[in-house]
Design a protein around this ligand. Structure first.
Ligand code: GLY
Length: 359
């Protein structure tokens, strides 16, 4: 088992992240050891409940099953979770446990952070995307008709249990969406201010084993990505500065998800297209040379990310203006400046239109 920890010194917050591939049937005991008798509500993905519900063995009365899909990360389900917790009479001393992918973690985390002004939260990510990114760092939220994650909180979990055995039943597309975030970490790793990087080399040397979902390789892949994320989050929990680099590919990516009604493309697919957009902007701005842009395209192709056709630029700009990262005057993009290095740039609407208009 690998044991990492997040330490946010300014708030005296510290929590462990366990990366493991022990039998899934042992998870409940590990969680119960953590709960120490607290009452709990488990928010679990429908698919995970179908595949692992019996093995996990939680009492059915304490389970809230959430249908799968980004569309479920909404106000209605947020309200339902809170009402369920109230019906169960969970108190301030109790806990909510999220078992599933990013949608479950973000939604359950948001409900937990506002229930009685915040109770204990435990993350059990079951998708690659949630293991390498969304279960760590405390971002919670829901989507609205105005955009993705526009309502939410920063609320750190008490513990994260990552068990790579869950990844064995991911379908190809779910695995690919996680690889979208993994590839993002490779393109930003030198900017993460983490001593222990080497994701780009690891990806180059282990592609076949990753595709074959070899347990040891996946655990190491998760360890590297989580270490990069921890390094960033510890320095900037609330995205005032450094943490913005984690949004590489996300400004345009979120707009793709929104314009296609969260149905057509997965988060990872949209983020990869967002990275393509960022590489293009960086090229036009003279931040990088063509070789790096070609190299990036090779990486995207290696992981089977097809190009997504472009959308109406005015509509995309309108959506991107609603992004959390935008201000009245500008839209923020994280752009590559060198191999595995990125920086944050602001564009006015006009600048963006000029850059996008240039062939
Ligand atoms: N997924 C980006 C972040 O946690 O900041």
């Amino acid at each position: 088992m690998t044991n990492l920890s997040v330490n946010i010194k300014s708030k005296e917050i510290s929590y462990p992240i366990y990366i493991d591939n022990s039998d899934i049937s042992k998870l409940k005991t590990e969680i119960f050891n953590y709960l120490g008798g607290k009452k709990y509500l488990v928010v679990i993905s429908e698919k995970v409940n179908r595949l692992y519900g019996n093995i996990l063995g939680f009492n059915k009365d304490r389970i809230f099953v959430l249908k799968d899909g980004e569309k479920e990360k909404n106000f209605k389900n947020y309200q339902k979770i809170l009402e369920r917790a109230l019906k169960m009479q969970l108190t301030r001393k109790d806990a909510i446990i999220a078992i599933g992918g990013g949608v479950v973690g973000d939604l359950a985390g948001f409900a937990t952070s506002t229930y009685m002004r915040g109770i204990d939260f435990i993350q059990v990510p079951t998708t690659l995307l949630a293991c390498v990114d969304s279960s760590v760092g405390g971002k919670t939220g829901i989507d609205t008709q105005f955009g993705k994650n526009l309502v939410g909180t920063f609320y750190q979990p008490k513990v994260v249990f990552i068990n790579s055995n869950f990844l064995k039943t991911l379908d190809e597309r779910q695995f690919k969406t996680g690889m979208g975030e993994v590839v993002k970490y490779a393109f930003i790793e030198k900017s993460c201010q983490c001593e222990d990087f080497g994701l780009t080399n690891f990806l180059n040397e282990n592609q076949e084993k990753i595709f074959a979902c070899e347990t040891k390789t996946l655990n190491e892949l998760i360890r590297i990505c989580v270490s990069l994320k921890i390094s960033v989050v510890e320095k900037d929990e609330k995205e005032g500065g450094l943490r913005r680099i984690l949004n590489f590919g996300h400004t345009y990516g979120h707009a793709i998800e929104k314009i296609t009604n969260y149905k057509k493309y997965t988060h990872g697919e949209a983020v990869v297209e967002g990275m393509r957009f960022a590489f293009n902007l960086a090229l036009k701005k003279g931040l990088i040379d063509k070789n790096y842009a070609f190299y990036a395209e090779d990486v995207f192709k290696k992981y089977n990310f097809q190009k997504i056709p472009s959308f109406n630029p005015e509509k995309m700009t309108e959506i991107m203006k609603m992004d959390k990262k935008a201000s009245d005057q500008s839209i923020t993009f994280v752009l590559p400046t060198d191999y595995s290095t990125v920086d944050v740039f602001n564009f006015t609407e006009q600048e963006l239109a000029d850059f996008c208009g240039k062939a």
